[in-house]
Design a protein around this ligand. Sequence first.
Ligand code: FES
Ligand SMILES: [Fe+2]
Length: 381
Amino acid sequence: MRNDAELLDYILSHIDHGTTDLGDEIWYEPVENYSSQARFDSERRLMRRLPIPFCPIAALPEPGSYVARNAAGVPIVVVRDLDGTIRAFRNACRHRGMQLAEGSGHTKLFRCTYHGWAYRLDGRLEYVPHDHGFPNLDKDGNGLVPVHAVNVQSGLVFITQDEPVGPGALESLPDLLSDDQVLFESDEHVDKINWKLTAEGTLEGYHIKPTHPESFFPYGYDNLNVIELQGPNSRVCFPFRRIEKLRDAPRENLSLDRMVTLVNRIFPFASVTRLAQHYNVSLAEPESPTRTRYFSYKLTLPITDGGAVTEEILARAKKDAAFLSDTGNKEDAKVVSDIQAAIGSGANTHYQFGRFESAIGHLHRNLARYLERLDQLERDV
Ligand code: FES
Ligand SMILES: [Fe+2]
């Protein structure tokens, strides 16, 4: 990945020549992959066998903070224990399977609301009411069941539920979030679309002028992107026109904050986007071929001058987030839902992703590669 100074010079050369980054190949993705139940089931099984971002670390600020939600259809709870270690468990009581945590919050113990079994934050079974009813209970063998692995990297908590099929996003992860970014909003919503359509809409700038003529285009360029690949991940840069003011700026310690939008696709289901005044972490939880739940977390920009997050920084971040959700995001959502509605039209056997859309080809190529590996492993069992 280029640093900000290198990125600036590279973008200026595209501006001066009227060019954009071009991939080598056209990618043809079968339309069936957006609607088939078998394909969806494979993607979800893959999701359990790859490191997948569950939440930003900022969502677990102190010992006892937890986040519970489904991941690939499995209820999972992630918690920061009393020593500060981040752990992830299957969210099911060892007595009769009741879920132990819901949403997010702060606790000292996970106490089951059904019969009152209680677990420490490191998962150990601490207390069983009237335990003479379970004379042979092996307490040590009845703690919460952890997922296969937890990795905390680039400001995100990754969980791998089962034996992984490969390193996935962790093969080579860019720097994403820093410790000083403050979480100011989180939400959850459901879209009646296939998750891949939404992902694709964020990975190219070929559509900026026709789709966003009054929201994004006046501040940006028509079809001008820098596309960088890192392992199966990618980063797509959308410069703002005001970047040209930096032409003569000293390159040492140069920051492109507020000058670019950077969409990082964290293979395959997540994204971390650096916007003009805030960051957005978007985590997709596909629920069916036509339904996806999104968990999103909004954070302030990193502090570059050693100061603190002020009210002013926070207000700017919130205003930026509100602008996007009132304008460009609505335009993107309309496109995606119109495509979803036309999937069964029979017009296309494949969608075609051209040389401006190579980050999308990269996502599909890697997804196909990993699904093939999953298929092979499942056949060998
Ligand atoms: S299911 Fe949890 S205590 Fe019974
Ligand atoms: Fe868009």
